[in-house]
Each structure stands twice: as structure tokens, then as C-alpha cells.
Design a protein around this ligand. Structure first.
Ligand SMILES: C[S@@+](CC[C@H](N)C(=O)[O-])C[C@H]1O[C@@H](n2cnc3c(N)ncnc32)[C@H](O)[C@@H]1O
Length: 277
């Protein structure tokens, strides 16, 4: 999205309503991520939190970029090859360069997209970005309670769940603690999928010797960030048929000319796409 679009603001009533829920006394994951990606919507408290893990492994900033890159390739696959015309992006984060609806609309401008996040600042910024685009909306919802997403009237208005659709869980499940049971959440999402629908997931991976130190740093600084094993990450796709090449380092999933295959952080991040049969 162009910078001038990012700075536009919603009508006053809407803005003040959303701002009442905003919390600037704690780091926000969405703002920390925006900082790491080189965006402009962050505060000192977010930058300090980001440096909590960047000090442990400065190169980990590249993981966020690799994650966006995987998401872009995944959406192109879903719309361009799998024929998907409806997408729910859960944990969408703040608008950035190459938003999901923009990637999808490069292929087909009629694709419907519902953005979901639990951070009220995402709602405010995404509404400002979307203006009167009637193919796309943003709602407040929590992956830990999937009914807040799938039963929402705005989701229902844009997504026909009797037809194929895609759910994106890009960089979110590793921010759901074991206690909150991310496996149950993923299973509930899979259960909503109609035949020929897709689930895209990308997550931190516990394989690289840096993973445990980074996990501690994430938990200390942003309060979430689990690095899970290959088996744990595979479990998120239970009951789905994996699209080739399966669950792999995200940079190895259908790389294109812009994908930094084999870079020094690729062993920290996995990605895959599953299909409901
Ligand atoms: C690291 S960002 C990922 C953004 C984007 N999906 C991407 O891949 O670039 C994670 C986002 O998930 C949101 N989030 C975390 N837990 C969530 C939950 N339980 N329900 C909905 N959103 C959540 C955060 O507010 C944040 O915006």
C-alpha cells in the first residue's frame, strides 16, 4: 500500500471508538512486527521489545521478511492456481507492503478478503486503508475462540462457507501459548473448511540451535513466541491433504526469483498449505 494511503484516517467517530481500546503501555505484537518489517506504526515500547529478540539474533529480522514472502507466494498459489476466491486472514497484522487483498486482486479483483486481528490498532488502520472497498473487510476476532471469526456477520456476508475458501494463519499460531491450546484452535478452523478449501500456516520452528534462546527472548519481550518442533507443526494440518512440497522451511515452499533460499535464518521458520478433501 502506498504511504499516503497508510496515513489516511477513518472518520472521527470510528477512530475515537477504536482508540479507546488501544494500549500504549505494553508492546503490541502487531506494532513490534511492523517495526521489524520497516514500517512506521510503532512506539518506543514496541522498539524496545523488538530489540529484546534482535539482540539475541539480529538476523532474526529476516524471519519476518521471509514470512511475508511466503505469504505472498501462498496467496498467489491459492488464487492463481487453486482457484480460491474467498480468503480469511487471521492475525493479519497492521497493513504493510503487499497486503493479502492487494496480492489477490492483482490476479482477480473480485476476490473477497476478511482480515481478522485481536489488536484494535489493526482494525483502525485496516479500515482506513480499505475505505469503501466492498470486496474486503476487517473484523475484531480471536483465533482462540474461532466462533468470534466464523460467526461474525461481516464474515458471513463476504464468505460463503459452503463454497471453497482459504484461511491464512501466517505467523500467528506460534503466538498462541500451549496453555491456550493452538492445536484445538487449528482443528476448529480445519473443521469449518468446506471441501476443496485450504489452510495456509507458517510458524517458528524448533530445530536450529538459536531457537530456544529466541523463544526465551520473545517470551520475555513480547510475551509470546513458541518455537515448535516439526511434529508439532505437522499436527496443525491434521486431517488435511498437504499441497506439494508439504510442510517445509518456508523459503523452500515454491520459491520464486525473490526468495532467499538457504539464507541464514531459513531453519527457524516453516510453512505449508493443506487442502480439505
Ligand atoms: C506476527 S503478526 C503476523 C502478521 C501477518 N499475518 C503476517 O504473516 O505478516 C501476528 C498478528 O497476530 C495477531 N494475533 C495474535 N494472537 C491472536 C489471536 N489469538 N487472535 C487474533 N489475532 C491474533 C497479532 O495481533 C498480530 O497482529
Amino acid at each position: 500500500m502506498a504511504r499516503d494511503q497508510r496515513r489516511s484516517v477513518p472518520p472521527d467517530g470510528e477512530r475515537s471508538g477504536a482508540r479507546r481500546d488501544l494500549n500504549f503501555t505494553r508492546p503490541s505484537l502487531a506494532r513490534v512486527y511492523d517495526y521489524v518489517l520497516g514500517g512506521r506504526e510503532h512506539f518506543e515500547i514496541d522498539r524496545r521489545a523488538a530489540h529484546g529478540f534482535l539482540n539475541v539474533a539480529p538476523e532474526s529480522a529476516q524471519v519476518a521478511k521471509d514470512s511475508r514472502n511466503f505469504l505472498r507466494r501462498g496467496v498467489r498459489y491459492l488464487v492463481g492456481e487453486a482457484g480460491i476466491r474467498q480468503i480469511i486472514d487471521i492475525g493479519s497484522g497492521l497493513p504493510t507492503t503487499g497486503n493479502v487483498h492487494e496480492i489477490a486482486h492483482e490476479i482477480d479483483p473480485t476476490v473477497h478478503v476478511v482480515y481478522v486481528d485481536k489488536d484494535p490498532m489493526v482494525l483502525t488502520h485496516a479500515r482506513a486503508m480499505l475505505g469503501d472497498d466492498d470486496t474486503t473487510t476487517v473484523i475484531s476476532g480471536d483465533l482462540r475462540a474461532p466462533e468470534t471469526i466464523f460467526d461474525d456477520p461481516q464474515t458471513r456476508a463476504l464468505i460463503d462457507m459452503d463454497r471453497p475458501f482459504a484461511v491464512l494463519l501466517s505467523g500467528i499460531l506460534h503466538h498462541v501459548s500451549d496453555k491456550a491450546d493452538p492445536f484445538r484452535a487449528a482443528a476448529e478452523v480445519s473443521a469449518t473448511l468446506s471441501p476443496d478449501s485450504y489452510l495456509l500456516i507458517s510458524n517458528f520452528l524448533d530445530e536450529d540451535p538459536r531457537a530456544k534462546d529466541l523463544e526465551r527472548a520473545f517470551l520475555d519481550s513480547v510475551g509470546s513466541g513458541r518455537f515448535r518442533t516439526w511434529d508439532e507443526n505437522r499436527r496443525f494440518f491434521e486431517g488435511l491433504e498437504m499441497v506439494e512440497p508439504g510442510l517445509v522451511y518456508a523459503n523452500r515452499w515454491r520459491p520464486d526469483a525473490d526468495t532467499p533460499v538457504g539464507n541464514q535464518v531459513e531453519t527457524l521458520y516453516v510453512g505449508g498449505v493443506g487442502r480439505k478433501v
